[in-house]
Design a protein around this ligand. Structure first.
Ligand SMILES: [Fe+2]
Length: 453
């Protein structure tokens, strides 16, 4: 169990720490000097079951800081410590009385009072913990959902679990109770990739996600960053939905909207290189690569003056779907059948990699209003001289749209690996030119150059 103490007097850290060490040896007390350290710890090192806030804090106002921290801590007990005058003047009464779990401890601190009040918080946390009890569930009852999807909500009408073993799961989100995005961050940090939902609630989660994303699209009109963030979340939901459910009217609406909403961003930024500057490109996972590919393909269409509604739609759908049928999350990092890293995967996973362009194309063919997107997807791993897969097609057998898509996707994949290198864009373009400057790739290659440089 972790508790957080915010105080800018280091001698006080020692005093409180010694009491905790003696009476609560199983509690890890993290002491921080200021609000920004507190925010860092709450965001990435949580969960904390209790917050101790010093009322005499000099660098910032303790009430203002508490208000800032509440969205990160949720309904956790706060203990405000300080001399009577500081408590009266600097701790907003509303903050203290908002929860019966909150406490005030006056200085000079009476050790017994502190122990008693901390113990009350410990008991509360244990009750909460009880709700997160281990459940014996069979794997057949649950389905994995990518962790990132849970940032779309802060409350769900069903329970959510993490896997301990293949038969033991811990409930980490209780139905209809608020949860914190910082808790989801903490699982991501522990490299947990999936949370589990009961099978009959899985589809509901995806449908709820579609609804939440559509509402977001309606409410965000201006900011490029917010539109792009919503498109990335949409790509994630679209990929999971078509894998587990298939093509429905609802998912088609989300696909339409995700593609359509790139139009204003393109009008504002004109070229891909300008979009790249505002794109959240820290790690470029599979959903981020999809949206980045969509923008680059669209930018290339514009350069070539081919940006008709149909062209934009077919390349848009191709971008959202091309890698959606990969068996394993990590497989998207494999770029060809010759990649030595493919050996790290099971034979079954390697087989799914060989088949993913064809399988994704079959899914795409079920969308109405997206002609030829399936051909583009089927060909996304083909190469000019016929050394690609699955069909070993040569450049003259590939349509102009396929060539645009292959180049856009190829650039994005290479950029994901090299983005932190200085001059990466130019270097990638030179490498690609050596391979693709032939046949039907020639004009799209010029369009690529004008989009990125
Ligand atoms: Fe692929």
């Amino acid at each position: 169990m972790k508790a957080l103490y915010i105080c800018d007097e280091k001698e006080e850290w020692e005093h409180i720490r010694s009491i905790f060490n003696r009476f609560f040896p199983r509690i890890e007390l993290i002491c921080v000097l200021n609000g920004s350290d507190a925010i860092d710890y709450l965001s990435y090192e949580g969960p904390f079951f209790m917050i101790l806030m010093e009322a005499s804090l000099r660098s910032e106002h303790p009430s203002e800081l508490t208000k800032k921290l509440l969205p990160l801590t949720g309904e956790k007990p706060y203990i405000f410590l300080g001399a009577k005058v500081h408590i009266n003047d600097r701790i907003d009464e509303q903050l203290y009385i908002r929860s019966e779990m909150n406490e005030i401890i006056l200085r000079p601190i009476d050790t017994n009072t502190l122990i008693q009040k901390v113990q009350k918080c410990v008991d509360w946390a244990k009750d909460e913990e009880f709700e997160k009890s281990i459940e014996e569930l069979s794997k057949e009852e649950l389905l994995p959902m990518k962790l990132r999807g849970f940032y779309l909500f802060n409350k769900l009408p069903y329970d959510v679990f993490i896997e301990l073993t293949s038969t033991k799961y811990v409930k980490i989100i209780s139905a209809n109770k608020k949860y914190l995005h910082s808790e989801i961050n903490a699982y991501a940090k522990k490299r947990i990739k999936h949370l589990y939902l009961r099978k009959n609630e899985y589809l509901q989660f995806l449908e709820d996600s579609i609804e939440a994303l559509m509402i977001q699209y309606d409410s965000i009109k201006q900011s490029s960053n917010k539109v792009i963030a919503n498109q990335i979340k949409s790509a994630l939901v679209i990929q999971q939905y078509i894998r587990s459910v298939g093509v429905t009217e609802n998912i088609t609406k989300l696909v339409d909207r995700t593609i359509l909403s790139s139009r204003n961003i393109m009008l504002e930024h004109k070229r891909f290189k300008s979009i790249l500057k505002v794109f959240p490109s820290e790690k470029l996972d599979i959903a981020e690569q999809a949206i980045l590919t969509m923008y680059l393909a669209e930018s290339m269409l514009t350069v070539l003056s081919w940006a008709s509604e149909t062209s934009r739609k077919k390349l848009g759908l191709a971008s959202l779907v091309y890698d959606s049928m990969l068996e394993d999350d990590e497989l998207y990092k494999i770029h060809s059948l010759e990649d030595p890293n493919i050996e790290m995967f099971t034979e079954e996973q390697q087989q799914s990699y060989r088949e993913h362009p064809t399988k994704a194309a079959e899914i795409a063919a079920n969308f109405t209003g997206y002609p030829e997107a399936d051909f583009i997807i089927a060909q996304h791993h083909e190469k000019p001289k016929g050394e690609g897969f699955p069909n070993g097609l040569t450049t003259n057998k590939l349509s102009a749209h396929s060539c645009i898509f292959i180049l856009a996707n190829n650039f994005v994949i290479r950029y994901a690996d090299k983005q932190s290198t200085k001059g990466a864009t130019l270097e990638i373009f030179r490498d690609m030119k050596a391979i693709y400057n032939q046949g039907n790739f020639k004009d799209p290659l010029i369009a690529l150059q004008k989009s990125i440089i």
